[in-house]
Write a protein that binds this ligand. Structure first.
Ligand SMILES: CC(C)(COP(=O)(O)OP(=O)(O)OC[C@H]1O[C@@H](n2cnc3c(N)ncnc32)[C@H](O)[C@@H]1OP(=O)(O)O)[C@@H](O)C(=O)NCCC(=O)NCCS
Length: 181
C-alpha cells in the first residue's frame, strides 16, 4: 500500500548552530548534489558508523552507495547532513536520518558522526534537529532498532530521552524508542 504523506514536499529549513569549540555547524537536508561530500564522508567512517549510516539496510560497497544515500525517498524519509566550513569548501561531518513506516507515525532513526569529529556536540544537534523535523511531519515515535550496540550509542540515546525496551521480534535484542509529543 502506498503511504500518502502530506509532508513529502514540505521544506526543511537549514539551521546553523554554534558548537562549544566556536565553530559554526550547518544542518540541512541532504540532496543529490551532495554526492561528492557523501562519498568522502563514507570513506572516513569506521565500521560502526557505516552500519548506522545505512540504517540497517544491506548496502553494497560500490560507487552507487553514496548515490543511494543522497537520493532520499521524500514520502517516508528525511536525511540531514551536518557541514563545517565555508560554502564551497564544506566538510560533511555527520548525518541523521529517519525512515517512517506504516501510516508514517513511527520511524526508524540513526545518527552518525565522522570519528574525527565526535564528542564535539555534532551528534546531539543532529538528533535534536531530526526530532524537530519528525515532529513537524507527524511522526509520533522514533526508534533505533538495528542493534544499538555499545556503551556510547546507549549513552547517546538515553541522553536524548530514548528508553531501552525489549524487541518484540527478538528477545535477545533491545530497541531504543522515544515518544514525540
Ligand atoms: C553516537 C554518536 C552519533 C555521538 O555523536 P557525537 O557528535 O560524538 O555526540 P555529542 O558530542 O553531541 O554528544 C552528545 C551526548 O552523547 C553522549 N556521548 C557521546 N559520545 C559519548 C562517549 N564517547 N562516551 C559517553 N557519552 C557519550 C553524551 O551524553 C553526550 O553529551 P555530553 O557531551 O553533554 O556529555 C557518534 O559517537 C557516532 O557516530 N557513533 C557511531 C554510530 C552510532 O553509534 N550511532 C548512535 C545510534 S543511532
Amino acid at each position: 500500500m502506498t503511504m500518502v504523506n502530506p509532508y513529502a514536499d514540505a521544506p526543511v529549513p537549514p539551521r546553523s548552530y554554534l558548537l562549544p569549540d566556536g565553530r559554526r555547524l550547518l544542518v540541512r537536508r541532504i540532496d543529490a548534489d551532495d554526492l561528492t561530500l557523501e562519498r568522502a564522508f563514507l570513506s572516513r567512517l569506521d565500521a560502526e558508523g557505516r552500519a548506522y549510516r545505512f540504517l540497517g539496510l544491506i548496502k553494497g560497497t560500490d560507487e552507487n552507495v553514496a548515490r543511494e544515500l543522497t537520493a532520499v525517498e521524500p514520502e517516508r524519509e528525511v536525511s540531514l547532513i551536518a557541514l563545517i566550513g565555508d560554502e564551497g569548501a564544506e566538510t560533511e561531518v555527520g548525518v541523521a536520518r529517519y525512515r517512517a513506516y506504516g501510516a508514517g507515525d513511527s520511524a526508524d532513526c540513526a545518527v552518525t558522526v565522522d570519528p574525527a569529529w565526535r564528542r564535539g556536540g555534532i551528534g546531539g544537534r543532529l538528533l535534536q534537529r531530526l526530532v524537530e523535523v519528525a515532529q513537524e511531519r507527524g511522526v509520533r515515535r522514533l526508534f533505533a532498532a538495528d542493534g544499538v550496540h555499545g556503551a556510547v550509542a546507549h549513552r547517546f540515546a538515553e541522553r536524548y530521552g530514548f528508553r531501552c525496551c525489549a524487541d518484540p521480534d527478538d528477545p535477545a535484542a533491545a530497541i531504543f524508542e522515544r515518544d514525540l509529543a
